[in-house]
Design a protein around this ligand. Sequence first.
Ligand SMILES: [Fe+2]
Length: 272
Amino acid sequence: MIRETAEGNFFLVDQSDHTELSGQFAAHWGNDKFERLRPYDSMVFGTGHHDDGYREWERLPPINSEKGRPAGLGEPLGYPGQLDCYVRNIDWVRSRDPYAGLIVSMHRTGLWQERYETVTSSTRAYIGAKAPNPEVPAIIERLEAGQKEDRNALGNGDAKFEGELWTNYRILQLYDLLSIYFCCEGWTDGSLIEHFIGPIPMSYETKDEATFNITPLDGGILKIDPFPFDLSPLKVMVRGREMAPMVGASDEEIREAYHKAPRQLLEFTFVE
Ligand SMILES: [Fe+2]
């Protein structure tokens, strides 16, 4: 994920680091207003690997020559087998934890279908939606058929299981969108902007929902209302790297600069 800095450089966060940040939100979810995740381990594991299909290409990233940098989210990669990488990641997560694999598979098919219209946000909620790749409908069909089998195997048609699964799907959308906000979408002229994401379930037992308003204060501190985490203040971190645009350079030169760019750890603190 890429954003422009106030100095005209690019700040890049690998998809695997975006994913890892999402997992930090899952780990700390829940307090007296928001119910803790269940199953906790599966949800934290799935969230923390939900986009790891990208690992197959992003350490040798395809280049956007026009911009003189690696290709960003939603830009054409020209990478053969990109869709298979997503499926392989789902298969891997599922092999470690079937519930996590199911939720990651639902997340993937949801990205192609406007997150099943469960959530909106003040930036783009539907990144990756409606990909024009003609292979996508068949992959959706295959993955959704697998989800049905997994739901039967894990929940045996139990309505409570189904309800909680969709609650978890919707909560995962918040973790993803909140991470996308920090990694690229939430920035204008080098500063984080006000933002909302919702509605998101607050509990497995009730129909209570919350829309989160995020207000940046000074020094990487953000107010999030309502406050959904188990620690206040809550500090989270994400790794990234800054690069100057290299228009006119070869793909190899741009990749070398990407490899060599010093890593930075960005720190953000949520307060009530
Ligand atoms: Fe994601």
